[in-house]
Ligand binder design. Structure first.
Ligand code: NDP
Length: 247
């Protein structure tokens, strides 16, 4: 389905990004694995992809650092020469109530979850324009729609990604490039593992399916959106949340 396509997944060393990288490879894509610090985990993803008989490349850089992004993408331009699929997935949380939120927690969350999409997409878009084909998938969150106490920074960044998705979709619609967002609910990863048990219990109570989602349940949608089958879908937001929010 994705044979001949090159995909860059940010934050692909763990969690949802890891699952997306693996599923894209299973569908035939050559995958560039971005990460920041988890080198061993990223190498493991590379090995798993190579065991599938597909090509994978490690590309560590900090998505919140514009000059690091530019030089990493330049390296890809000079070596592989193309990127068809971009998944803006890397993200972090720094939770606290607004009254107590430190300016640095506001800033690092906005930079890592939202500014990153601007930096990486701006660097990658010329390569998609050259290929006359592109798929951009932004990983937002259900909290962009519902809000969540303690996550004013994170919800702002994830809501920003929705506007980013819709506006960019209009800019590139006639270039055979689609731009869509996925808004996952409660997915079992390191990010949610660190939540207090009480908070996890409360989430589960609210989810009609009464269970968290798996990274693969997000990844399957990403693969579809990356495929030719999704060619007429752009500027859209998809909810993957077990019925938690039905926007
Ligand atoms: P994890 O914490 O499990 O993984 C985060 C990934 O992002 C890691 O691979 C990490 O790499 C990478 N990363 C973090 N900061 C940077 C950075 N500055 N530069 C490059 N890579 C970075 O998170 P999830 O898999 O749970 O989340 C993935 C995405 O899905 C995020 O955008 C998150 O906000 C979103 N999401 C998650 C939900 C959930 O319930 N889990 C729900 C809704 C949305 P490394 O370890 O190498 O630093």
């Amino acid at each position: 389905m994705l044979d001949g396509k090159v995909a860059l997944v940010t934050g692909a060393s763990r969690g949802i990004g890891r699952a997306i990288a693996l599923e894209l490879a299973k569908a035939g894509a050559e995958v560039i694995i971005n990460y920041k610090g988890s080198e061993d985990k990223a190498k493991e993803v590379k090995e798993l992809i190579e065991n599938l008989g597909k090509k994978a490349h490690l590309l560590p850089f900090d998505v919140s650092d514009p000059s690091a992004v530019k030089s990493a993408i330049k390296k890809i331009e000079e070596t592989l020469g193309k990127i068809h699929i971009l998944v803006n997935n890397a993200g972090i949380t720094r939770d606290s109530l607004l009254l107590r939120m430190r300016e640095e927690d506001w800033e690092v969350v906005l930079r890592t979850n939202l500014f990153s999409a601007f930096y990486v997409t701006q660097a990658v878009l010329p390569l998609m324009l050259k290929e006359r084909w592109g798929r951009i998938i932004n990983i937002s969150s259900v909290v962009a729609f519902t809000g969540n106490p303690g996550q004013v920074n994170y919800a702002s960044a994830k809501a920003g990604l929705i506007g980013f998705t819709k506006a960019l979709a209009l800019e590139v619609a006639n270039r055979n490039i689609t731009v869509n967002a996925i808004a996952p609910g409660y997915i079992e990863t390191d990010m949610t593992e660190k939540l207090p048990e009480k908070v996890k219990e409360a989430f589960l109570q609210e989810i009609p399916m009464k269970r968290p989602g798996s990274p693969e349940e997000v990844a399957h949608l990403a693969v579809f959106l990356a495929s030719d089958q999704a060619s007429y879908i752009t500027g859209a937001v998809f909810h993957v949340n077990g019925g938690l929010y039905r926007g």
